[in-house]
Design a protein around this ligand. Structure first.
Ligand code: UGA
Length: 432
């Protein structure tokens, strides 16, 4: 099939590349000339395991193209995916400027009947607006259909998730539109759920809101466990062994970050308000998350009184491992708090340091390896549980620090492990 994808961010690029990999002819459109130039050479602007190899293979096979010219990608397309960003507006709602612009571009440039598929996470009803805009701009007697086909990819394993997803949700107005999307997705061999457009849009928000709820819930249980003397690692294990609950997304820590959960939970609260529904549970999830982000800093303040003048190693800057994405990363809040407190911050991340430099306070210094970050530090903070950090932080702290102290926001170690190497250790949800 001839497919166009508008937007080459995380979702758009992975979608385009994977659709090409299963045999479709895909043109990815982006307005950023510099980015498109790199993409044509097979260089992805994001770090994502396996993506570069698939890009190069499919560019070579002539199944994957990149362009800045809308007409080039759209005039011949049977199906157009919209995968542009929906950033958070000042009031918490999703900003749909790029979605509307994409709809206008599609209308202006398509030259045949078209199915417009929204991949971006959009508020309920947006797909109908997209349809109207496309129809208002088409220059011929072309039939316009729309579909909601939300993505459930995790950054860092987006390519794997595309080929191994739990479900593909297809929300359409007609059976014909659903049949086209089923055919496109057939090679992925993943169960398909066909719904109305509005239900598909809701499935995306509800899924992210539920996962965020699981995290805030376990973080609340962690705070309580600390006070009553339970160990959250054992508690989460025991709770997660109930299949009705499931063990995933029960890792207590420093709250959820990233480009999705914070934005989508806020947006769902706004959507609820618009229809006069007071979504109390989700508001609490957001509040708990905000509080959780500062717990580690509070613990350190309690231990030291002040962190003024101390040299603090921040290990793991990205919002989670296997990504260089700094959006809503806990390290931002932590670095700001430490800097305001007068601490000297030395930061390390396996791949996110270039992006970190754009968002962390200017005074933050960067170590070229984990060893250098720890060497002269008075205290170590672990914020992201990268494999490298887990493997080295405890050992190096015990070897290089005069009086090793670790504040671990990701519960990388057990109490026994830290006692064995005589490291003073504070984590989340354990009473020590
Ligand atoms: C999330 C969802 O997992 C995807 O299904 C969804 O498609 C995506 O958002 C999206 O809407 O585009 P992602 O943001 O890449 O994916 O990252 P997650 O792996 O879900 O982690 C989100 C945050 O929750 C991270 O800060 C992570 O550290 C935190 N987290 C996750 C915990 O604190 N505890 C856990 O047990 C799991």
């Amino acid at each position: 099939m001839k497919i166009a994808v508008i937007g080459t961010g995380y979702v758009g690029l992975v979608t385009g590349v994977c659709l090409a990999e299963v045999g479709h002819h895909v043109t990815c459109i982006d307005i950023n000339e510099e980015k498109v130039e790199k993409l044509r050479k097979g260089i992805p602007p994001i770090y994502e395991k396996g993506l570069d190899v698939l890009m190069i293979d499919n560019i070579d096979r002539n199944r994957l193209k990149f362009t800045t010219v809308h007409k080039e990608g759209l005039s011949d397309a049977e199906v157009v995916y919209i995968a542009v960003g929906t950033p958070q507006s000042a009031d918490g709602s999703a900003d749909l400027t790029y979605i509307y612009q994409a709809a206008k571009d599609i209308g202006e440039h398509v030259n045949r009947d078209v199915l417009v598929v929204t991949k971006s996470t959009v508020p309920l009803g947006t797909n109908f607006q997209v349809k109207e805009i496309v129809e208002d701009h088409v220059k011929g007697p072309f039939k316009v259909e729309v579909a909601s086909n939300p993505e459930f990819l995790r950054e860092g394993s987006a390519v794997y998730d595309t080929f191994n997803g739990d479900r593909i949700v297809i929300g359409t107005e007609t059976e014909e539109a659903a049949a086209i999307l089923e055919k496109i997705n057939e090679p992925f061999d993943i169960p398909v759920l066909k719904t109305s457009i509005t239900s598909a849009e809701m499935i995306k928000y509800a899924s992210n809101a539920f996962l965020a709820t699981k995290i805030s819930f376990i973080n609340e249980i962690a705070s309580l466990s600390e006070k009553v003397g339970a160990d959250i690692s054992d508690v989460a294990k025991g709770v997660g062994q109930d299949h009705r609950i499931g063990s995933q997304f029960l890792n207590a820590g420093i709250g959820y970050g990233g480009s999705c959960f914070p934005k989508d939970t806020q947006a769902l609260v706004r959507i609820s308000e618009e229809v006069e529904h007071d979504f109390k549970l989700l508001k609490s999830v957001i509040d708990v998350n905000a509080r959780q982000k500062t717990t580690l800093f509070e613990k350190a303040k309690k231990r030291f009184g002040t962190l003024k003048g101390m040299r603090v190693a921040l290990l793991g800057l990205a919002f989670k491992p296997e990504t260089d994405d700094m959006r809503e990363a806990a390290s931002i809040e932590m670095a700001n708090a430490l800097t305001a407190e007068g601490a000297e911050v030395i930061a390390y991340d396996p791949i996110a340091m270039e992006n970190a430099k754009k968002v962390l306070p200017e005074s933050v210094q960067y170590a070229e390896n984990i060893e250098n970050a720890i060497k002269d530090a008075t205290v170590v903070f672990i914020l992201t549980d990268w494999k490298e950090i887990k493997e080295k932080a405890l050992l190096f702290s015990s070897l290089f620090m005069k009086k090793p102290i670790i504040f671990d926001g990701r519960n990388c170690y057990s109490q026994e492990e830290t006692e064995k190497v005589q490291v003073e250790y504070y984590s989340v949800g354990r009473s020590a």
